[in-house]
Design a protein around this ligand. Structure first.
Ligand code: SAM
Ligand code: DTB
Ligand code: SF4
Length: 336
């Protein structure tokens, strides 16, 4: 594929048929194409690493059928109030000392109150002060709240579409797909980088996976970061005991995301603890270039740092250090 052909693909009007045609390619053809797109825009042997911390855990009013933190399901999870600032700083320092460049703070809220937001802003300021990038995921945001986070210097806001608009009602009934798009719009308009993706393995069809990617890829501009999660089945949630998704279908979804959103970081997110090293290697070949790093996600396990170091060494992958905007422009142009 020529560079011109690769660049022509940076658009926001992908049709479902085009996306389904990508999914239908022979596996090797799809991975070759994804890797070609990946190499045109990124160092293929570099992976960005982010560390998660749950800053407020459990007792959430929403009914997301995958989630350990919904008050609607008995998952045995211990609830925790908003963490004190010093505990957050300590966790961020530990993540930084292990090589993480971005610290992502997640709260089990439907939406933050303005008082909660004051406290989260103190956390953002402190973590930035350590020289790390910041990301928060706090649920729905109003426009003024998004502007306050932008003023605090927040780098990324994570808010996932989770699945296709058609399958969405099977997973969440307490907020709509449109609510999610509205939050993403507020985040984008405030000038914060958008992190948005979804979950696979919830019982959705292949068409649902294609539709979810279509919704993400037709956001303009594309989300800077696209987390693709494999469902972590949590006992007590409605999705516990679902049939598992074929790992190769997960790899295909990563590859299609890479082709549709060539400049975005595609994150191999939740589910790595239950994935073989070989499946993860295929995800990197398919164009994933970011992971959550550290032995905990929000409430569930993630591979420990030693395991990830060993895997990266076997694959010859480097962990990305914080990239300066001037380097990015020199390497890859200004993006979209
Ligand atoms: N409460 C906020 C919200 O939902 O917007 C932020 C935290 S929430 C845990 C962030 C995202 O994590 C969800 O949108 C979902 O995509 C992902 N997630 C949560 N539980 C998961 C699970 N069991 N398996 C895979 N992904 C999960
Ligand atoms: C995302 O897409 N995945 C992360 C992050 N954004 C906030 C969360 C994964 C959570 C997995 C289940 C848990 O640990 O509770
Ligand atoms: Fe609450 Fe977020 Fe879990 Fe949904 S995903 S139940 S909003 S913490």
């Amino acid at each position: 594929m020529s560079a011109v052909e690769t660049d022509r693909q940076l658009h926001n009007d992908w049709s479902l048929d085009e996306i389904r045609a990508l999914f239908a390619l022979p596996f090797n053809d799809l991975l070759f194409r994804a890797q070609t797109v990946h190499r045109a825009h990124f160092d293929p042997n570099q992976v960005q690493v982010s560390t998660l911390l749950s800053i407020k855990t459990g007792a959430c009013a929403e009914d997301c059928a995958y989630c350990s933190q919904s008050a609607k399901y008995d998952t045995g999870l211990e609830r925790e109030k908003l963490l004190p600032l010093d505990e957050v700083i300590e966790a961020a320092q530990a993540a930084k000392s292990k090589g993480s460049t971005r610290f992502c703070m997640g709260a089990a809220w439907r939406n933050p109150t303005d008082r909660n937001l004051d406290k989260v802003i103190d956390m953002i300021t402190a973590v930035r002060g350590l020289g790390m990038e910041t990301c928060v995921t706090l649920g729905m945001l109003s426009e003024p709240q998004a502007r306050r986070l932008a003023d605090a210097g927040l780098d990324y806001y994570n808010h996932n579409l989770d699945t296709s608009p058609e399958f969405y009602g099977n997973v969440i009934t307490t907020r709509t797909f449109q609510d999610r798009l509205d939050t993403l719009k507020s985040v984008r308009e405030a000038g914060i980088n958008v992190c948005s993706g979804g979950i696979l393995g919830m019982g959705e069809t292949g068409t649902d996976r294609a539709r979810m990617l279509q919704e993400l890829a037709n956001l303009s501009p594309h989300p800077e970061s696209v987390p693709i999660n494999m469902l972590v089945q949590v006992e007590g949630t409605p999705l516990y005991g679902n049939d598992r998704l074929d790992p190769l279908e997960f790899v295909r979804t990563i590859a299609v995301a890479r082709i549709l959103m060539p400049h975005s970081y595609v994150r191999l997110s939740a589910g790595r603890s239950e994935m073989s090293d070989e499946t993860q290697a295929l995800c990197f070949l398919a164009g994933a270039n970011s992971i959550f790093y550290g032995d905990r996600l929000l409430t569930t396990d993630n591979p420990d740092a030693d395991h990830d170091h060993a895997l990266f060494a076997r694959l010859g992958i480097n962990m990305q250090t914080i990239e300066l905007e001037s380097d990015r422009q020199a390497c890859c142009g200004s993006g979209q």
